[in-house]
Design a protein. Sequence first.
Length: 120
Amino acid sequence: MKKTIIILLAATTLALAHHGLAAFDTTKTVDEKGTVVDLHFVNPHCIVEFESKDDKGEVHKWQGEMGSPTHLKGWTATSLEKGNTVSVTGYRAKNGTYYMWITSLKSSNGTILKSFKGDN
């Protein structure tokens, strides 16, 4: 019985750790405009790959993470297409990579996403 309880507690702790935003700086948001390269509409988290240019014209390849497909009501795997222009707001990865948790996204085709903190 004790062994079962320990295993259940460990599994619960790991699941909660996975769904946290600890890897992201949630004290401030970043805004990026870019072009969609791909949308991965899969569990456990959807990923938008996009490219944006900085002030010097250098292209950066970003990945933006969102909730699962079931949390993106009204969205489908074709809601964003390669080449769509997007405005993306989110929490950037603490390690400084071009990776963020998307809190909102607006596409040039009119598609709007609101993905709230903790929406996993």
